[in-house]
Design a protein. Structure first.
Length: 361
């Protein structure tokens, strides 16, 4: 390697080391209340003879409290929830970007605009805010703190908004919440400090006092330099949406057989129940109950289902479902009063179909 190449490499390495050093220094902030002292010395000569050194007085000031924070939505997408569920969780983080140990009060505000570009349609109920007390970044029963206590400069903590979803909500409903963190006075562990609502921007600098400077930028639902920060997250309902359509058709009659049959005594009539899941998630244990109509008798063995399902029968109007049909005259069992079909599941955007037949009396 030439001397010039070595020299260029040395310059690059030194520049990189300088940048790294500046980045490291940028992370460290002098704590508020720190006294910074400075003196000057004076040397002089008289007639060519050095005189005794003179030392100035000490000029001092204390570092002020830079109030700065951010709130970040941890969830990478809107949180899917099911109607009628409890303790559904939105996850945020709060970071102290200032130079002072602080407390923070917390509030979940109903948002008029939907999270992640969605449209706001409902409000959750029993909405609470909890701090990640046990530090595992997941909401558990151990997370009971209602405010952030003694968050050090540069530290981050997880916060949860926990809510119940009303049973009445339907597919694609959205509820959004802005988590607002308000800086409060720290320094007394286990006790919530009062909110810092104003800074000292309208007051002249006093080098002997720790004064407050709001340095925060605007969050999603707050202004710049107000000691607050906010971020948005939300719930989106995903659920099954079932509809049932029942149709009937005459299959045959005693005179026309299957050629343009009519609904006369002795005719065989078919029923079909089509269940459609118009939702986005699976519906489980889907139960369809059919009553055998008056003036007709159930044709034994006529029940078919797609997909396969558990079929049971009643002979007491649906009080019990343990009856076993018995083939009688014309293949019917007049004792059957109802049919119950239970599908293990019906997937989103899928259908299930039940068919059975009766004989008109």
């Amino acid at each position: 390697m030439s001397n010039r190449s070595k020299k260029n490499l040395f310059v690059v390495l030194m520049a990189g080391a300088l940048v790294f050093g500046l980045s490291t220094l940028a992370l460290a902030q002098t704590p508020s209340g720190t006294s910074i002292d400075n003196t000057a010395t004076l040397d002089y000569f008289v007639g060519g003879t050095a005189q005794a050194q003179v030392t100035s007085n000490t000029a001092s000031f204390v570092v002020d409290n830079k109030v700065d924070l951010t709130v970040t939505t941890v969830d990478g997408a809107i949180v899917s929830v099911i109607p009628g569920t409890f303790a559904q969780v939105l996850t945020y983080s709060v970071t102290n970007n200032g130079n002072t140990l602080q407390d923070y009060s917390l509030a979940a505000q109903n948002s008029v605009t939907g999270a992640f570009g969605e449209t706001e349609t409902f409000d959750a109920v029993n909405v609470n805010v909890f701090v990640d007390t046990d530090g595992d970044n997941a909401y558990t029963a151990a997370d009971t703190d209602l405010y952030i206590d003694e968050l050090a400069s540069g530290a981050t903590i997880t916060v949860f908004v926990v809510s119940d979803i009303p049973l009445a909500q339907v597919n694609d409903d959205v509820a959004s919440y802005d988590l607002v963190a308000q800086t409060a006075i720290g320094g007394t562990g286990g006790a919530q400090g009062g909110d810092i609502l104003n800074d000292d921007s309208g007051t002249a600098d006093d080098p002997t006092l720790v004064q407050i400077v709001f340095a925060d930028v605007a969050g999603i639902a707050d202004a710049p330099k107000d000691g607050k920060f906010s971020s948005k997250d939300g719930y989106k309902v995903v659920t099954a949406d079932l509809t049932a359509v029942k149709t009937t058709n005459v299959i045959s009659d005693p005179f026309n057989a299957g050629v343009n049959p009519k609904a006369i005594p002795g005719a065989t009539v078919g029923y079909q129940v089509m269940v459609t899941n118009n939702g986005t998630v699976q519906a489980d244990n889907v139960e369809v109950i059919d009553s055998i109509p008056a003036n007709a008798a159930f044709l034994v063995g006529s029940v078919t289902t797609v997909p396969a399902a558990v079929v049971s029968y009643s002979n007491d109007g649906g009080t019990t479902w343990v009856y076993g049909p018995v083939v009688g005259a014309n293949g019917t069992d007049p004792a059957v009063t109802g049919i119950r079909v239970v599908y293990l599941s019906v997937a989103g955007a899928a259908t299930a179909q039940e068919n059975f037949q009766v004989l008109i009396d």
